[in-house]
Design a protein around this ligand. Sequence first.
Ligand code: FAD
Length: 474
Amino acid sequence: QNSLMWFRQDLRVADNPALVAACEYAKQHHSHVRALYIVSPLQWAQHDVAPIQIDYIERHVNLLAQSLAALGIALDVLHLQWFSDIPAALDEYLQQHNIHAVFAGSEPEINERRRDKLLIEQGIPLRLFDQDCVLAAGDVVNLSGDMYKVFTPFAKKWKSVASQKAIIPIAAPAPVAAALAQPEVITFDCVKRSSELWPAGEGAAKRLLDQFLANHVTDYHNERDFPALDGTSRLSPFLALGVISSRQCVAAVLARYPEALVDDTCPAKTWLNELIWREFYRHLLVAFPRLSMAHNFNELGDGIVWRNDLEEFQAWCEGKTGYPIVDAAMRQLNQTGWMHNRLRMVVASFLTKHLLVDWRWGERYFRQQLIDGDLAANNGGWQWSAGTGCDAQPYFRVFNPMTQSSKFDPDASFIKRYIPEIARWPLKDIHEPKSVNLHDLFASSNNQAYPKPIVEHKMARLRAVEVLSALKRG
Ligand code: FAD
């Protein structure tokens, strides 16, 4: 009567209720615990999981195997191309290892939910734990019992429900057996891209959280919009894989600022709100499964006639739009697998509004590049930017890239880092790339041409407002 912990988007031993339950089950039955991770290359490719994120997962699965070995738990890795290959293979695996109970964290995405439902229907003894949010989907609802469609009342209710709960992370389980030998290196048979730029491991995530709370959280509301500053936590790659839980983050905030849930003047309020945005989008994914299927949240969005110009889309992907703030942001994404939140909003607005490219193209490209790719947050962010989403930015609000540039990268230090070929341009021209002569002048002097703007701002703004007025109610 052995038990199995099946790791998915919760690659951690601390604050992992499913893992603790798997250990308790084994203790009660005087049996053993095993652990499993399933690599699904074709399914991941269909989900557009970025090669850099796959590499990051691989590193974390190796670290997890080491932590588990210290607890006396062996981690197995199965390579199964598709989710649909799992039922038969898992059934065989359970029989082979005499496993009578499988423990795992639930996941909000539709294919993952369908996979788990099918497994349970087919008799796999799978027990799911809500551990990807502080409050489970369905626990933050309005008076009619429905999911909120506006963030502010959701956040208010979230805080009120959370303030009545003890938000205390669960410690890693005690060893269940003698420590195992150092596990062999696990290699995924997938397309990968090095994630070495990013630190890995539960310890690294915890240190980052502690440093952020000690040094930055109180200035977060002032600094978080400036990409040249180190003003945000950079915890998203860890949160996306569940290397750290949002409960660990919220508990750490509350340990320093016990008033954070009730006092609007608390210095940690703004950062806490971002963690609540994360939960908002995850709860939405569960309440509205169509979001996982790339449908517009607002069905009026189905009437938008996107331009979808391939060349312009390509220029956007490559950071060659001729708008330095947009291009620097895209180059940050392409080079590091991560992009600052302010810039995600700027480039998403530029693609969907200035170029009128369907938000699904941008969402997909982001997913293919991001180390923190997360369907809920990515879909939420894209639909917010395009105006098609739940509690989205109004369709007629078109970010002005020039204003965004001068306001949020005033000395252009971020832009210059990623577009060195324009570092010698006068500041004004970096922010307002309309003086076409400069392009030729400086291109010839350093031999690296920076493109002219691919679209004129005023015209693009008017065009966007007209086309996106399909979203106008009534
Ligand atoms: P911090 O500012 O320190 O915030 C802490 C945590 O809160 C983040 O790590 C993240 O988990 C969560 N968070 C912050 N802002 C948001 C938000 N707007 N929505 C949901 N959760 C949030 N975030 C992802 O994790 N994965 C994505 O694929 C993703 N795609 C996005 C696409 C677009 C178009 C936009 C506008 C935003 C997207 N975001 C995504 C949200 C946000 O940009 C990142 O979470 C943030 O930049 C991560 O940096 P950080 O860890 O330093 O965040």
